[in-house]
Design a protein around this ligand. Sequence first.
Ligand code: CU1
Length: 530
Amino acid sequence: MSTTASALHSEHEHHPYGWRRWLFSTNHKDIGTLYLLFALTMFFLGGLSAMAIRAELLYPGLQMLDPDLYNNILTNHALIMIFGAVMPAGAGIANWMIPLMIGAPDMALPRLNNLSFWILPAAAMMLVLSFIVPFFPGGGTQVNTGWTLYPPLSVQVGMSMDFLIFAIHLLGISSVLASINIIVTILNMRAPGMTMFKMPIFCWAWFVTAFLLILVVPIIAGGVTMLLFDRHFGTSFFNAAGGGDPVLFQHLFWFFGHPEVYILILPAIGALAQVIPAFSRKPLFGYKSTVGSMLVIATLGMVVWAHHQYTIGMSLGTVSYFMIGTILISIPVGLIIFNFIATMWRGAMTFETPMLFATAMVLLFSFGGLTGVMLAVIPADVQYHDSMFVVAHFHYVLIPGAIYGLFAAVFYWLPKWTGHMYDEKLAKIFFWVNMISFNITFFPQHFLGLAGMPRRIIDYNVIFAEFNFLSSVAGLIYGFSHLLFLYIIIKAIRGGQQAKNKVWEGATGLEWELPSPPPFHSWETAPKIK
Ligand code: CU1
């Protein structure tokens, strides 16, 4: 090969353009963007399924769906939102920000980074296949189990369950690879002088999250593999007739499922630990206690899984242990909330959109935490179990706790990512419409649950009609409000006022967390890394 040809070759290898730039990307910013765009797409898919659910529940009786399709949509709503929207969005922000925050040129394992992203579209295709396969001749029954996939029902479901199991395997591989990358990057790629306890909290949050993922993803992978074996290879792990026990699956599932909640929330808490100080013009109150609390949350979170299974008939001693462990978690969570409020205390606060979402997260996530303590109490939970109260609780935890944190992060860093300011006025309108309609959607569901309305059922007694109508109307407004979010994002990508190096006026902002010079705001002006 001539020198010119080899120079050209290496030039193409390092700076692929067009679609190759994205497919072959090893650049943390490009891969971060891919993650974020993927998450946005899945967020709308998951949102569409949520709106189908609320539209069906607008009135008692059956409107447009049949029970199996309703439960299929419900299952996919959960899986798409958890694995397709929230986790990849967090990973996208991690990819963009962690190298910048610790002063690294890129992630430690850039090619692995490429692989962990590109597994996701394949997994998403598997999920979509599992949804549509039953509608073809010979496609079998629909996945009507809910995201928990409990046997024996999940053993009886048709081949769409197999697609789902493989989707979970792929999603798990992607998560573990991304986690390895994050841990290695943080441990090995910090700039000189950037000690672990000088890192921005966002990096700590992802460091803890990555360990959680590596610890729990193999458990769910093992669980669904055993399910696959029960389905096709004659084993009886979960079949009582063959000497197995369906409750074993519940343990395997929730050993993953409970820490998963923290996997969704910790990155959002990390983002808040950047946003709140910036808009309070004060350093974070209690850096070390915030880091310590995250470690305690992760550790305790690993050992309280059976609070989802109070009704399976455990001994009083066992359920008491799980109850006390669960309630103990409210201490480190409360400490983090305290630190956030103490950061705001006597700060020169302003309320741009990121801060609005951050404040809403502090308030509403705390409320979701309170109903969590209610649910942790054994005699109470036996009453609320599988009711709409649980649905209300975890939507208060996950929408403010995860998605509002992500919104705060997106609006905070959008000027850096796109090089343009977003439309602040529209963003504030988006916040208020979104936040108010969210509350009207989910607050009445507490009352529905306390009055005895079960979850995961297409029809309901007419006595629940008013609150369901209210919840559905607000839910549809809530769903549609995200079109405004999409518009704001597209508008910021396409143009608008140039972002300054110091984006947030008077805020310590991005520079104070960056040991390296401020990053360049657009690809055109960025120096090419050789
Ligand atoms: Cu849990």
